[in-house]
Design a protein around this ligand. Structure first.
Ligand code: N01
Length: 542
């Protein structure tokens, strides 16, 4: 690294990027390409963002790796060989490190640098970004690549400090792994992380107790190795695959059926669901089985019933099967769908039990385990929290961000996030968010949506330089209109009817607002492309 900050002389750059995950890394590459100097500040001791922290057993991506990967470099996509349809976390982390080295990005990435504040000065038009160690960085542009799921949430059980065993959170997993052998493990949480971990822990531990508060829907990944022939075939037409992905709702191609679930008979419907579950390759293909699953309650119930049927077929103990069946108040897919390898089958193992903590909530840890409200004790040697994140707004609110007039982003977002296009915030000039709330982000192939944002922003900064623009700020009216639009589109779907982290309802006290933009990637791209073509409509350029 060329320059270090001292108390008297902060490091001066063209842009500061916060976070060295997929977004921060590509943003650095792109800023360099247009000749801007930048430093990426990363809290972790390595690059990779979510793929650095979430190294729990069984962690793997549930978007196919041939799509969940950068498309910006033809050489990169030709030279990298994915080994499985859904790459495991260590492979994705190796890929990210490969990208960083291949494009010589490491020298502008500062690790162990947790950003604590970002403050805009109106007179100079500069952002000052400060780390926990007191280092300061000053630049006209501040780009938040802080991720949507980067602040882990563990329930604050009283007594945890007295628990004599070990405990871990899925998103803060020890670098040197965890030994489950011979242990009684308690796993709290049955979202994507818990569902991925369950079979892995069950295979290694003496006993696994899964504490379930809400049963969610999980679809088998149908993961498999990628053969040399498959790789060759994809690489021969990679551009076409990427182009096709651009036109799909989620930014990765999944065969979509354009029929309503209600316009076909029972037999045709069952065949289609079965094809998605197994034949077409599992995972998120299930969400595209019919064109109205996320907007029509009746159609949605058909998908929900199909999954419940699969659970009852798979899990031998009828009481466990019933407990694993999602209830009617959770429409299929409205809480992020889980994608698994042998999740439901794992409950047939003699060393696995399922406990309903909706009926009898966990209330405290004891020196020897966990206790529920009714006073029932579960003796444990290890507690694993797969309890999720302060999603979408947590990372940004963990930083003291101050815009014009010292206004704090935390205050501005007190009742939920407010952005223009999920990219910018009125009152916070020259600050940009990559894959922020109000953009498709978590409802899409994140790598695709990140590339879209980085490309858009890089072009915007280049245009600003050509036109002598020094200050780019979302107009309040544009932000208000965008927030209204994001809510209106969400309200046309079933998503807001569920308690989910999309709605902020996984955290006590968090405002209930649907945070991502649900209209899909092509609709969103059309809007941001038009905004740029119309001289950055909705932004004030000064
Ligand atoms: O977190 P979650 P996650 N007592 O919030 C439960 C991405 N991801 O880490 O539903 C008991 O989904 C909570 O219960 P409830 C993906 O976008 C991707 O699993 O609130 N239980 C819930 O079951 C995903 O959606 C991948 O009632 C408690 C669970 O903890 C997102 O990350 C892999 C509790 C939290 O589920 C988050 O997933 C992993 C309590 N006090 C993650 N508090 C892939 O790409 C919370 N819970 C594959």
């Amino acid at each position: 690294m060329s320059e270090n900050s001292t108390p008297s002389s902060p490091v001066r750059l063209d842009a500061i990027v916060v976070g060295a995950g997929f977004a921060g890394i590509y943003q650095l590459y792109s800023l360099r390409r247009i000749g801007l100097s930048a430093r990426v500040l990363e809290a972790g001791d390595g690059v990779g963002g979510t793929w650095y922290w979430n190294r729990y057993p069984g962690a793997r991506c549930d978007v196919e790796s041939l799509d969940y990967s950068y498309s910006f470099s033809e050489e990169l996509q030709q030279e990298w060989d994915w080994t499985e349809r859904y790459a495991p976390q260590p492979e994705i982390l190796r890929y990210i490190n490969h990208v960083v080295d291949r494009f010589d990005l490491r020298r502008d990435i500062q690790l162990n640098a947790r950003v604590t504040s970002a403050v805009y000065d109106e007179v100079s038009g500069l952002w000052t970004v400060t780390t926990g160690a007191g280092e300061r960085f000053v630049a006209p542009y501040c780009i938040m690549a802080t991720g949507c799921l980067s602040i882990p949430q563990a329930p604050q059980f009283p007594g945890l400090e007295r628990f004599q065993g070990e405990w871990h959170h899925s998103a803060n997993w020890p670098l040197d792994g965890v030994n489950f052998a011979g242990k009684r493990v308690g796993l709290i949480g049955t979202g994507s992380s818990g569902v991925q971990m369950t079979p892995e822990i069950a295979a290694r531990a003496a006993h696994l107790t899964v504490f379930q508060r809400t049963a969610n829907y999980s679809v088998p990944a149908q993961n498999e190795p990628i053969t040399a022939e498959q790789l060759k075939e994809v690489k021969a037409h990679y551009g076409a695959r990427r182009a096709r992905a651009l036109e799909t709702h989620t930014g990765h191609f999944l065969i979509a059926n354009d029929k309503s679930a209600m316009e076909v008979n029972d037999e045709e419907r069952r065949k289609e669901f079965e094809f998605r579950w197994r034949g077409a390759g599992g995972g998120f293909r299930m969400l595209r089985a019919f064109n109205d699953l996320m907007v029509n309650k009746q159609s949605n119930e058909k998908a929900a019933d199909f999954v419940r049927g699969k659970i009852r077929e798979t899990v031998k103990d009828p009481a466990t099967a019933e407990l694993l069946c999602p209830k009617d108040d959770l429409p299929f897919g409205t809480k992020r769908l889980c994608v698994d390898s042998d999740y439901y089958q794992t409950f047939n193992r003699p060393n696995v039990s399922l406990v309903d903590v909706k009926a009898d909530p966990l209330v405290e840890a004891t020196p020897t385990g966990l206790r529920t409200r009714s006073g029932k004790d579960y003796p444990l040697d290890m507690i694993v929290f797969a309890t999720g994140f302060d999603a979408m707004t947590g990372a940004l609110k963990s930083i003291d961000v101050r815009g014009v007039g010292g206004v704090s982003l935390r205050d501005k977002w007190e009742h939920g996030p407010r952005t223009y296009l999920g990219l910018a915030v009125a009152g916070f000039p020259n600050m940009f968010i990559l894959a922020g709330p109000g953009s498709p982000s978590v409802l899409s192939n994140m790598v695709h949506s990140i590339e879209l944002h980085v490309d858009w922003l890089t072009q915007c900064l280049q245009d600003a330089r050509t036109q002598g623009v020094q200050r780019i700020e979302a107009l309040q009216s544009a932000e208000d209109e965008w927030v209204r639009h994001v809510n209106e589109v969400a309200d046309r779907t079933l998503y807001p009817t569920a308690n989910s982290w999309y709605m902020g309802s996984n955290m006590p006290g968090k405002p209930r607002v649907f945070m991502p933009y649900v209209a899909g990637v092509p609709a969103y791209r059309k809007i941001v492309t038009e905004v740029a073509a119309q001289g950055y409509r909705g932004f004030e350029l000064a």
